[in-house]
Design a binder for this molecule. Structure first.
Ligand code: PHE
Length: 534
């Protein structure tokens, strides 16, 4: 039977409405339910009588289509407002105007009146409407106000104000036509009278509600009430749970959202990135955050006076301590910088300083990590990636962070070429659901050819990183003989688009609301910008 899905209180209300046999108010239902059920309800009896409990249960029943609730204005009470009290005591402005005109023999100039009456405009307006005065000019051209016609000693509005002063409030129903019209007029004036509406809710059974109520009507109140909504230790200990009817759970009822623990959106994206690379046969590598300038710059054939090395761009560790560039490469790197070192290049043509290469910095790109790995392994096959943190001395704003992530990788293979490099990058993005990728010629000191990677996202081409094939000036000093494909891509910029974030600082702000509603899968589903590859 469907009634099983109803809460006890809902059943009580359906039952009661059936007994009442007419649309009824919350109060009436509560009262009748109390009559019917108090005998069997024990200590719950008072709860049945509470109109607010009844109202709540009626709300549930309404959403299930078993009752309909109609709101009705049952009474309108007129009371006097602050201005009304003033008028009742000292007269309406139009009455005061008339009195003043009478004292002056029936007419007066506007200038005299306005000095006497602060609310002259209101007074004139209503006196004219009532047909008590007319406005004209005297011989001198001044505007004058003259009494005209019959003026009753008391208007219905004035009567009404008197009544309200005496009685406090009157029901609109109790007013005769004359006074009701006066009330409507007064309601148009500010703060003179007020209308308080009392509303009532009338509940009636729908057809479906009536059907279920009729089934319930076959039961005794005790049978309906014996249903237990809470299993208590007492019920268990006494064994009484065997006799009672336990109400069933509605497992489809809406529940408050649960915010379970989950990974940070950026971490989730990093995991997707790592998954994409591992699926493509790459291995992850790690490198130090505090890096030798040697690996971050020198080994990458960046001259020592390169602007990127300056304090504004690079965080130098604030210490006299120096690192030790690996002995076996120092002379080769020095030679390459100074004159090309037999690579066919002319180098940069300056005096290379080992001291400068020994400085400790926070790595400014993860290419420092891949070049280290390259030096250690040297020979193909190498297919490695890293997704890691890098540091740049940037002023933090909506577009920049000083600490962010790069997605880096290299492939070393005897026959590796630029076309394969483009293929690897395209494949990587397509695994994230991004299929439109293009390359533009670019420049890096350590690659040739070099390109910029652009991805079509959210309606525009977004520059996401750089790539290229390491120059001999980079590979030769390390003893690497095969072509090295290399790339470094931004993570946060990609994340901003995927998550629809306009301010890059969102990722580090720990805004719980944002964290709770954000997940990459949701972003993929709802943004419509990127569609995930299954
Ligand atoms: N290191 C470059 C950057 O930080 C990206 C890059 C990596 C370019 C490898 C070419 C090769 O922008």
């Amino acid at each position: 039977m469907e009634t099983l899905r109803l809460h006890r209180l809902e059943k009580i209300i359906l039952y009661t409405l059936k007994q009442l046999n007419k649309p009824s108010t919350f109060g009436e239902v509560a009262e009748k339910a109390y009559q019917l059920f108090s005998g069997v309800a024990g200590e719950d009896a008072e709860a049945i009588r509470s109109p607010s409990a009844v109202a709540k249960a009626c709300g549930w029943l309404q959403s299930k289509g078993l009752v309909s609730i109609e709101e009705k204005v049952v009474s309108k009470t007129l009371t006097i407002g602050a201005e009304g009290i003033e008028y009742a005591r000292n007269g309406l402005p139009e009455r005061r105007l008339v009195e003043s005109l009478k004292l002056r023999g029936g007419s007066a100039g506007i200038s005299v009146l306005s000095q006497e009456m602060p609310s002259l405009a209101i007074a004139l307006n209503w006196a004219k409407r009532n047909g008590w005065v007319e406005i004209g000019k005297d011989e001198g051209g001044e505007t004058v106000v003259r009494l005209t016609g019959e003026i009753p000693s008391k208007t219905p509005a004035e009567e009404l104000l008197d009544i309200l002063m005496l009685d406090g409030g009157v029901d609109m129903k109790d007013l005769d036509d004359r006074l009701r019209k006066a009330a409507e007029e007064l309601l148009k004036r500010q703060n003179v009278v007020k209308l308080a509406e009392r509303r009532e809710h009338i509940i009636s059974l729908t057809d479906e509600g009536l059907r279920i109520a009729s089934e319930l009507a076959l039961l005794q109140p005790a049978e309906i009430f014996k249903e237990v909504t809470k299993l208590t230790p007492e019920l268990l200990l006494t064994g009484r749970w065997r006799e009672v009817t336990l109400s069933s759970y509605d497992v489809k009822a809406p529940v408050p959202p649960v915010f379970s623990a989950k990974r940070h959106p950026l971490t989730q994206l990093i995991r997707l990135v790592k998954q994409a690379y591992t699926e493509m046969g790459f291995e992850e590598i790690k490198g130090p955050i505090v890096e030798l300038a040697f690996w971050n710059f020198d080994a990458l054939f960046q001259p020592q006076d390169h602007p990127a090395r300056e304090m504004q761009d690079t965080f130098y560790i604030d210490t006299e301590e120096r690192g030790v560039p690996p002995r076996q490469y120092v002379n080769f790197v020095k030679a390459v910088h100074e004159h090309g070192g037999g690579t066919g290049s002319r180098g940069w043509g300056y005096k290379w300083s080992e001291e400068e290469a020994s400085r400790l910095i926070l790595r400014t790109h993860t290419t420092a990590t891949t070049i280290r790995h390259l030096a250690a392994v040297r020979k193909p096959p190498i297919k490695v990636f890293s997704v890691d943190r890098i540091y740049r001395n940037e002023k933090v704003d909506w577009k920049h962070l000083a600490e962010f992530h790069q997605i880096e990788g290299i492939v070393v293979d005897e026959r590796a070429n630029f076309r394969q490099l483009m293929g690897v990058i395209k494949e990587f993005y397509s695994r994230l659901g991004l299929r439109q990728v293009r390359f533009r010629p670019s420049y890096f000191p350590y690659t040739e050819p070099s390109a910029e990677v652009e991805v079509f996202l959210a309606g525009k081409w977004l520059e996401l990183g750089g790539m290229g094939i390491f120059r001999p000036e980079t590979t030769h000093p390390l003893g690497v003989k095969h072509p090295v494909l290399a790339w470094g891509l931004g993570l946060e910029r990609l994340a901003m688009i995927i998550y629809g974030v306009e301010d890059i600082r969102t990722f580090t702000r720990n805004d719980l609301n944002w964290l709770r509603r954000t997940s990459p899968f949701k972003a993929y589903e709802t943004s419509g910008r990127v569609s995930r590859k299954d």
